[in-house]
Write a protein that binds this ligand. Structure first.
Ligand code: 7GP
Length: 831
């Protein structure tokens, strides 16, 4: 026997079992040991959070062995590694997911039960690392899960923000932002590697010189320096020994630098320098799609990218592999343009520091990088003013000029006498103030460029990257996004998981094509009955959560109509609200109206400086307050805004949905991934032909999808011919009445000011064609109502949604990246 507390629980486990054993008895002992040795608490006084830490550490022990083994295997076999560079990783809580991927949920549950605790209470103690804003960051997290599950050598490289995405509280209907102190109680999942660090320079100037062999060289004399220190988190694959690494960089002051070079004798200044250095990784910028033009943001980007590239070069050195083989060893993927400074940085590292000639360095760079674009919105495309860029990264600006000079020569050769094209394609934008165009840098520096859904890739090639597509059509491809069925079904919808395991066997979790076999069960009474009961249970669970968070009571028998995502005008939460107010008016005017009862549920954060988005949140809450309190209507409709939408509460939300709202203006949502999570969990979609909705509808069949609205081409043509939202108001009495009700203060105690900007914007400008799609949306919602009343048919369609969701597994997406872009093959890690 071994370990602490053995007298209490009378265990008999070996010492090695305590670290590695997968049975409940070993886990019980491991938790007790960690409570004692790592947490420092007696079991009798330990809080649930103490138990959470002890269990997390016990689980990490079980991954550690696989983790080291995995790294060693890649190293020994000299395998090419996918390096996923992303400024955001929205990982969600680790504990539950690791239990699923290690197949030890039941054992952990039993172990905790022995110790008098319920696993669900312990899971609820984890504060998720919110190191991302939304879709882009969560996609990165799903991709890490798939890479590990598919046994692909991969590292995620990013930033260890001290404060992640803010926590949202709703006060008087308005969003308020609270700092996310996610590290306050420690982070049991990360391992600090204080000896793995790289120096990061900023500012200063450059000098030209001749080296010993007479070559013209450049040296960068920076005037500031920080250190980037590695923090590693294990990423356990599902049902395999592969355990990959997420490596996040944290900024630290370089003390000796301050003391010796600058602040001799000035202790205060040296400490102050530490504060300034550490601001680099202090906080995640909370803007979703509009790019933030702040200098610190560029500093963050360069910081994590140079650390990551230096790390790759260091790994080559450890493997005694020549730098010339860089592109054979690493596939470096740019998750949008945030890491695109990497193109110039790799050139600097190779040309200035390793003394490669330009052409050889450029060949390596282009062969290594791939670029994924995630948005077409012009305000989201990153550009940096030249003066800011020159001040922070003077050498990189020179390198970008040289890349540009050579690139534009190539353009001129291919397209002679087309200076307009040259100006459009330049890495430097000259409309207004001069700016570096990061999307152009990423495109020119990559051998592969992709969009994230079929429609998005088409539009990318036809709009913002049209000239580049004409130059290099072979570099472009589509990679439709995907989501991990482990977290978004197995972990978050245990009832459905059990039914699927029972019906299909467990292989569906890694072969989601098997879900198709559900087609054969979709019409069976008994199966429909089970399906319905599971959905109802999930709705009960969400309803309790909403009640606890907001005080709003929702009947689980109602239709759960859910829209959760960042709040954005292009995503059109206000179109949803116009429908709600329309139904409210109809009920008020005609109390006898037959309307199946519906709960309208929202969630999502607004960028703190986004005026309209914040007003949309206020409007949702104002409408909710009025409707929920009105006995004339509140037996048939309720509205709830779930505060602080994040991965943790998403686990409760997606499985409870009957109807998934995917109602963005066609052509604006690059892909969407929430749409896939809803589908996987058996929600029907009401949506436009936008992003991956197009492919969802293709897979599930037009009969099982509620389609409405203008297509992307129609949106463009309406805009071209002059869109006049006021015509829609004038032509539709109901729409006019709805807008008047909101504008006049009906939902704001007579305050006619608060929603005026929203109503005015819709009637006079309406950049996202809310009013143009209003009538079609209302009509489509009426179809939803009739469909909902036929329970067996609705349930059938719900089953078909899950059955046909296989394409949207991130395993499929990652397989495509590996085969078409990265040239990376799986490798088995032995036990
Ligand atoms: C999002 C897109 O808006 C969404 O449609 C897509 O599913 C997701 O990326 C993953 O590809 N974009 C962002 O989150 C974002 O910040 C700006 O884009 C760079």
């Amino acid at each position: 026997t071994s370990g602490i507390g053995a007298d209490k629980v009378a265990l008999s486990v070996t010492a090695s079992d305590v670290r590695l054993g997968m049975q409940a008895s070993a886990l019980t002992q491991a938790v007790l040991d960690h409570l004692h040795y790592s947490v420092g608490r007696l079991p009798s006084v330990a809080s649930p959070h103490d138990y959470y830490r002890a269990l997390a550490l016990a689980i990490r022990d079980r991954m550690e062995y696989r983790w080291i083994n995995t790294t060693q295997t890649y190293f020994d076999l000299n395998r090419k590694v996918a390096c996923y560079l992303s400024a955001e990783f929205l990982m969600g809580p680790h504990l539950g997911n690791n239990l699923v991927n290690l197949h030890i949920e039941q054992e952990a549950r039993n172990a905790l039960a022995t110790l008098g605790h319920d696993l669900d209470d312990i899971l609820a103690c984890e504060k998720e690392p919110g190191l991302g804003n939304g879709g882009l960051g969560r996609l990165a997290a799903c991709y890490l899960d798939s890479l590990a599950t598919l046994q692909c050598p991969a590292v995620g490289y990013g930033i260890r923000y001290e404060f992640g995405i803010f926590e949202q509280e709703i006060r008087d209907g308005w969003q308020t932002e609270i700092t996310d102190k996610w590290l306050r109680r420690g982070n049991p999942w990360e391992i600090a590697k204080p000896d793995t660090f790289y120096y990061v320079n900023w500012g200063g100037h450059t000098e030209h010189y001749q080296d010993e062999v007479g070559c013209q060289r450049v040296r960068w004399i920076p005037d500031r320096m920080v250190k980037g220190v590695a923090y590693d988190t294990p990423i356990q694959g599902y049902g395999v020994n592969t355990c990959n690494t997420l490596r996040l960089w944290s900024a630290e002051a370089v003390e000796s630098f301050d003391f010796q070079a600058f602040n001799v004798g000035d202790y205060y200044q040296a400490v102050n320098e530490k504060l300034v250095s550490e601001t680099v990784t202090k906080v995640l910028y909370p803007n979703d799609e509009p790019a933030s033009g702040k200098r610190l943001r560029l500093a963050q980007q360069y910081f994590f990218v140079t650390c990551s590239l230096q790390d790759m070069l260091h790994l080559l050195e450890l493997a005694h592999a020549p730098v010339e083989t860089f592109a054979e060893r690493f596939a470096v993927q740019l998750n949008d343009t945030h890491p695109s400074i990497g193109v110039a940085e790799l050139m600097r590292l190779l040309v200035d520091e390793r003394r490669f000639d330009w052409d050889a360095a450029w060949a390596i760079t282009v062969a290594s990088f791939g670029y994924t674009n995630h948005t077409l919105l012009p305000e989201a495309l990153e550009t940096w003013p030249l003066p800011m860029f020159a001040e922070l990264l003077p050498r990189h600006l020179e390198i970008i000029y040289e890349i540009n000079r050579r690139f534009l020569d190539e353009v001129r050769t291919r397209f002679p006498d087309d200076e307009a094209r040259v100006a459009r394609m330049s890495l430097i934008g000259e409309e207004g103030d001069k700016r570096v165009r990061m999307a152009h840098l990423a495109t020119v520096g990559s051998h592969a460029i992709n969009g994230v859904a079929a429609l998005h890739t088409e539009l990318l090639q036809a709009s913002i990257l049209k000239d580049f597509h004409e130059l290099w059509p072979e570099r472009f491809s589509n990679k439709t996004n995907g989501v991990t069925p482990r977290r978004f079904l197995a972990l978050s919808n245990p009832g459905l998981r059990e039914l699927l395991d029972h019906t299909l066997g467990q292989q569906w979790l890694t072969e989601p094509g098997l879900l198709r076999k559900l087609d054969a069960h979709a019409d069976k009474d008994a199966f429909q009955h089970d399906w319905y009961a599971i959905k109802l249970g999930n709705k009960q669970r969400l309803s309790s959560y909403i009640h606890a968070q907001t005080g709003i009571e929702i009947d689980p028998g109602w239709l759960f109509d859910i829209q959760v995502k960042r709040i954005h005008e292009y995503k059109r939460q206000h179109l949803n609200i116009l429908h709600i107010v329309t139904m409210y008016r109809r009920l008020k005017e005609n109390p006898a109206l037959v309307l199946p009862p519906r709960a309208f549920i929202f969630g999502g954060k607004a960028a703190p400086g986004y005026f309209m988005a914040k007003r949309i949140i206020k409007l949702i809450n104002a409408v909710a307050e009025t409707i929920n309190a009105d006995p004339d209507v509140n037996t048939r409709m309720k509205v709830a805004f779930i505060p602080n939408f994040n991965v943790q509460n998403a686990h409760l939300i997606y499985p409870a949905a009957d109807l998934s709202e995917q109602i963005s203006t066609a052509g604006k949502e690059a892909s969407g991934t929430g749409n896939m999570k809803f589908m996987l969990n058996g929600a029907l979609t009401i949506g436009t032909l936008d992003g991956a909705n197009v492919e969802i509808r293709e897979e599930v069949g037009a009969d099982n999808f509620f389609l409405f609205g203008l297509s992307a081409a129609e949106v463009e043509s309406v805009k071209r011919t002059g869109y006049r939202p006021h015509d829609y108001v004038a032509g539709n009495d109901e729409l006019r009445a709805v807008l008047e009700l909101i504008g006049a203060g009906h939902f704001s105690q007579g305050d006619a000011e608060v929603f005026r900007p929203l109503v005015d914007n819709l009637t006079h400008d309406d950049p996202f064609l809310v009013l143009a799609d209003y009538a079609a949306y209302i009509a489509c919602q009426e179809q939803v109502n009739s469909a909902w009343q036929d329970v067996p048919n609705w349930t059938r369609m719900s089953i078909l949604n899950t059955a046909r969701s296989g394409k949207f597994s991130s395993d499929r997406a990652i397989t495509e990246y590996c085969e078409d872009i990265w040239n990376i093959r799986p490798v088995t890690v032995k036990a």
